[in-house]
Design a protein around this ligand. Structure first.
Ligand SMILES: [Zn+2]
Length: 233
């Protein structure tokens, strides 16, 4: 019990945060614009980055442990949990397939977030991983209950990525490694989509039947994860 219990989760969140920061996903080299969490196995809890700290200065002990109902479980560092904890909590409560969540300010994803343009199914790999459509979550101030509710309403499409209007992106996955890959895939797809749109020519999307297969795949993944979670409980 105590500190050691959460060490693996804290280390994972720290490593993922440093990788994202180092690769420009938080908007600028010194940017603190983003947050990372992972579900704590066997508990209704998550490990999440603290609020307003520079990632380069963080240690594993600064990562906070928070209940999915947002009750503070453990904060051994000097910082409070991320102000976006509510957004992470509602995802874990509603999506049994999700064990890691990343919110970033990555450049090309953010371009589409300020345009308010969803990303349609463009490539097989990206679509099967991210979802049939990367939808836009309507704007609400960071940390607000309204933003949590706006995110909650979008989760039912079973996608693994969302654009946050005039803010950034939200990426989900079954573990931290997969979630980082999804953030990369989203950035690659958003970059290609922006470049394609800039030509002014028509952008081809995947054929309808493939898009249907993508949706069926995502729905099945979420349903099966839900069944596994029920069996364990
Ligand atoms: Zn943000």
């Amino acid at each position: 019990m105590g500190m050691e219990r959460y060490d693996g989760c804290k280390q994972g969140v720290l490593s993922a945060s440093l990788w994202l920061s180092g690769h420009g996903y938080f908007g600028s080299p010194r940017g603190t614009g983003g947050n990372v969490s992972v579900r704590v196995g066997g508990e209704d809890a998550m490990a999440i980055t603290p609020s307003g700290a520079r990632y380069q200065d963080l240690t594993a002990s600064d990562i906070c442990i928070v209940g999915l109902d947002l009750g503070l479980i453990e904060a051994t560092g000097a910082h409070k949990p991320s102000v976006e904890s509510g957004m992470h909590g509602i995802i874990y409560r509603n999506r049994p397939d999700v064990n890691a969540v990343v919110h970033t300010h990555q450049p090309y994803g953010s371009v589409l977030a300020v345009l308010g343009m969803p990303i349609p199914a463009l490539f097989d790999e990206a679509a099967f991983s991210l979802g049939r459509s990367v939808e836009v979550v309507h704007y609400a101030p960071p940390g607000s209950l309204e933003l949590v509710e706006n995110v909650g309403r979008k989760l039912q499409n079973n996608a693994n990525a969302y654009l946050m209007e005039n803010h950034g992106v939200l990426v989900l996955g079954e573990d931290l490694e997969q979630t980082l890959f999804h953030a990369e895939l989203l950035e690659k797809t958003a970059r290609i989509y922006c470049l394609a749109l800039s030509t002014g020519r028509e952008v081809r999307t995947l054929p309808g039947p493939v898009a249907e297969m993508v949706q069926a795949h995502r729905d099945r993944e979420v349903r099966e994860a839900g069944n596994r979670r029920k069996e364990k409980a």
